[in-house]
Design a binder for this molecule. Structure first.
Ligand code: NBP
Length: 484
């Protein structure tokens, strides 16, 4: 029988099934396969009933149904399952065939898999897919990277099924070599952690500082979502704050205050430390989840440790506007840090990342989609070499405008004893980044004092190192320079 299918998809859980139906809607013939093959029949008799989707009950059958070069997309649990499937597929494929991993894989795995499969004459793509179930079904944001020669093979399919910006541009573009796509997706998730934490801090300030009801906060977020903060996460928070159960009680109030995490925020923070990039807001967002998870300790500590008892003072409406502006300014810092990380990763891993297209890919379909990302895209379109988002005219103007509010909110929160780690770290970063001189001169002196680590001098060329015998007891031998 002549092979007729355009692509195969392995992994019939929520993401896989929805992506298949999305591809089907766009005219592609998809072969569906799953480790537990009974799920193939369930799918064909349920969601895929009446569609062009064909099933396979073995890898041989699946491969036989595919047009050459074969394109096989994995939507399985990240980690060992991906490696196991690659090994299972290998004997059935031939040079030029393509394996795509659409799961949330860690980028070093994607780098390794690209090299491995290319060494066997095959092509590999690791693609971030964002937007959850609904995104997969009706248009996700997609971030593919891997074997460069693989992109033309899937470009049409991916750009057909992905989300589109309000201007109609596809939210899927080639990110770069080997792990670039999964790195960009990881950074997306890290930024998502930051955005969520910032919104939670705004909520805490209104709830604890201003003693506002859910209904009042719901109304405030409804307003926020009409302006500069217009985004998916503000929209769902608005809806959550207004949501009551069948007994007429707010569900949000019944939820235990311990946050879960699946690791992509941690990966982003670890990578930022590896690359020496101060991505402080995402780091604080990860730690805030960790602190929230220490519920029993916090309950104990709350009975022992004290803090100020006061709420906020001042005009409520003005403070709400201050909170909105503090949120916006902190968000700018978070995205500036995220793009700093991408820039450094591009250098380290030799990826040719394009920042405007990355902002465009995140503009719709994904969890961090927002009007704000349109402004980021415009900033990078205007200057593709922009070294930091904070230096773009539009964002500089916004920060200038929001700054007084931002400082007032942080000061009020600190005075009232309300924890706002993301708001405060964003402001500290901003103040650090704009400082010509930081106290690291003293730090270098300390390092030289106890470890003879040497320092550079302001009155001498950079790269020339000096050591002082601070106590008169040490020798003049200095430690070798090294970077940690
Ligand atoms: P899951 O992450 O729950 O994975 C389920 C699929 O993996 C099933 O097809 C299952 O087969 C297969 N699988 C497992 Br579990 N262990 C396997 C193994 N050792 N060997 C072969 N297959 C194995 O599904 P999902 O939520 O649809 O997510 C798929 C991927 O997409 C994941 O990497 C996820 O992180 C990523 N992702 C998910 C979302 C989301 O919102 N859910 C969003 C974005 C990205 P079985 O049926 O035989 O058990």
């Amino acid at each position: 029988m002549e092979p007729t299918a355009d692509i195969a998809l392995i992994g019939l859980a929520v993401m896989g099934q929805n992506l298949i139906m999305n591809m089907n809607d766009h005219g592609y013939t998809v072969v569906a396969y799953n480790r537990t093959t009974s799920k193939v029949d369930e799918f064909l008799n349920d969601a895929a009933k009446g569609s062009k989707v064909v099933g396979a009950h073995s890898v041989e059958e699946m491969v036989a149904k595919l047009k050459r070069p074969r394109k096989i997309m994995l939507m399985v649990k990240a980690g060992k399952a991906v490696d196991d499937f690659i090994e299972t597929l290998l004997p059935h494929l031939e040079p030029g065939d393509l394996i795509i991993d659409g799961g949330n894989s860690h980028f070093p795995d994607t780098i390794r898999r690209t090299k491995y499969l290319e060494s066997k004459g095959l092509l590999f793509i690791g693609t971030g897919v964002s937007g959850g179930e609904e995104g997969a079904r009706f248009g996700p944001s997609m971030m593919p990277g891997g074997s460069v020669a693989a992109w033309p093979l899937v470009k049409d399919i991916f750009q057909a099924i992905c989300a589109k910006t309000p201007a109609g541009e596809p939210c899927c573009d080639w990110m770069g070599e080997d792990g670039a796509g999964h790195y960009v997706k990881m950074t997306h998730n890290g930024i998502e952690y930051g955005d969520m934490q910032l919104i939670c801090e705004a909520y805490q300030l209104m709830k604890e500082g201003l003693k506002m009801s859910n209904e009042e906060m719901h109304e405030v977020l409804t307003e926020w979502n009409k302006g500069e903060l217009d985004s998916y996460l503000i929209e769902i928070t608005r809806d959550i704050l207004g949501y009551k159960d069948e007994k007429g009680e707010y569900v949000v109030d019944a939820i235990v205050d311990t946050a879960g995490q699946k690791g992509t925020g941690k990966w982003t923070s670890v990578s930022s430390l590896d690359l020496g990039m101060p991505v402080t807001l995402i780091g604080e967002a990860v730690y805030a989840r960790c602190l929230s998870a220490m519920k029993d300790d916090r309950v104990e500590a709350s009975k022992i440790l004290t803090g100020p008892a006061q709420g906020f003072t001042g005009d409520k409406k003005a403070i709400i506007e201050d909170i909105r502006q503090a949120l916006l300014a902190s968000k700018i810092v978070s995205y500036a840090q995220g793009f700093m990380l991408l820039r450094e990763a591009a250098k380290e891993y030799k990826w040719n990342l394009a920042y405007g297209p990355i902002a465009m890919v995140w503009r719709a379909g994904c969890i961090i989609r927002s009007v704000f990302l349109g402004k980021i895209k415009a900033a990078f379109d205007k200057n593709p070499n922009l070294s930091n988002l904070l230096l773009d005219e539009y964002f500089k103007g916004l920060i200038d405008r929001c700054q007084p509010s931002w400082r007032r909110v942080v000061a009020q929160a600190v005075t009232a004893g309300i924890p706002v780690p993301a708001f405060t770290t964003a402001l500290a970063f901003y103040d650090g980044y704009r400082s010509e001189r930081l106290p690291a001169n003293l730090l270098q002196a300390q390092r030289d004092y106890f470890g003879a680590h040497t320092y550079e001098r302001l009155d001498q060329p950079r790269g020339k190192f000096f050591h002082t015998n601070w106590t008169g007891k040490g020798g003049n031998v200095s430690a070798g320079t090294y970077t940690v």
